[in-house]
Ligand binder design. Structure first.
Ligand SMILES: Nc1nc2c(ncn2[C@@H]2O[C@H](COP(=O)(O)OP(=O)(O)OP(=O)(O)O)[C@@H](O)[C@H]2O)c(=O)[nH]1
Ligand SMILES: [Mg+2]
Length: 256
């Protein structure tokens, strides 16, 4: 299989669109397939890899676009940094402005899968900018902060946004972040599990600080997308829900 080289990450910007979608109420969102495809320039669909030339960068077979969404401060940027660099950005909170992306290539059953991960700004004032990026996303990680009830209460509104702007078959996963802060927990795990069940979403609690379940979340997404892309009839169907249930670690355990 031919392989392509990842471009360096860079900040992206999209044409601003206008109004927020009408709130029609959330509908169940399928933890579905993403359409594989094109690798993307900032606003285009990802593509299967091609032979690469030139030095530097990682080679890959197929690329997918993943977006991180959720209220400001839930830990989207930290989750991405943990996955990409294995580091935690402690200290001052620097809120993301607009949108940015990082690439990471993961090995899924012998195939190099490039995830182009878009880190969106959670602040309301950037919402119109990020709307333009949903369309080409193959997967969305929707985050709330387990120590911030308001961020959990926003999940239904986020699902409405996703319904309005993302593809119907986008792969979607709900993540409750900052589970290391047990003393400050404000959202019960069971409440999130119930919400996830109601919407048919895979769900895990994570910690960008300790690394708990972070690699697992992205790996599960990569496996799901890769399998939908290859569609090998001989392979048993990858079960995203079962996989994270089996591999995920509970909130009581802080092992990365
Ligand atoms: N304890 C703890 N703190 C975290 C964790 N993840 C992020 N934080 C902290 O939460 C704050 C916000 O994190 P960010 O990753 O910048 O939040 P964000 O979702 O990107 O916010 P916006 O860019 O405004 O949308 C920072 O002070 C982080 O240090 C975590 O897993 N545990
Ligand atoms: Mg951020």
């Amino acid at each position: 299989m031919s392989r392509k080289k990842t471009p360096k990450s860079k900040a992206g910007s999209a044409p601003a669109t206008s109004a927020l979608p009408a709130a029609n109420g959330p509908r169940p969102v399928r933890p579905g397939t993403a359409r594989p495809g094109p690798e993307a320039p900032p606003n285009g669909p990802p593509q299967p890899g091609r032979s690469s030339v030139g030095g530097g960068g990682d080679f890959y077979d197929v690329a997918f676009k993943v977006m991180l969404v959720g209220d400001s401060g839930v830990g989207k940027t930290c989750l991405l940094m943990r996955f990409k660099d294995g580091a935690f950005l402690a200290g001052t909170f620097i809120s993301t402005v607009g949108i940015d992306f990082r690439n990471k290539v993961v090995d899924v059953d012998g195939m190099k899968v490039k995830l182009q991960i878009w880190d969106t700004a959670g602040q309301e004032r950037f919402r119109s900018v990020t709307h333009a990026y949903y369309r080409d996303a193959h997967a969305l990680l929707l985050l709330y902060d387990v120590t911030n009830k308001a961020s959990f209460d926003s999940i239904q509104a986020w699902l409405t946004e996703i319904q309005e702007h993302a593809q119907d078959d986008v792969v979607l996963m709900l993540l409750g972040n900052k589970v290391d802060s047990a003393q400050e927990r404000a959202v019960k795990r069971e409440d999130a599990e119930k919400l996830a069940k109601d919407y048919g979403l895979p769900f895990m609690e994570t910690s960008a600080k300790t690394g708990l379940n972070v690699d697992l979340a992205f790996t599960a997404i990569a496996k799901e997308l890769k399998q939908r892309h290859t569609k090998a009839p001989s392979e048993p169907r990858f079960q995203l829900h079962d996989y994270i249930k089996r591999e995920g670690r509970g909130a009581s355990c802080c092992r990365p």
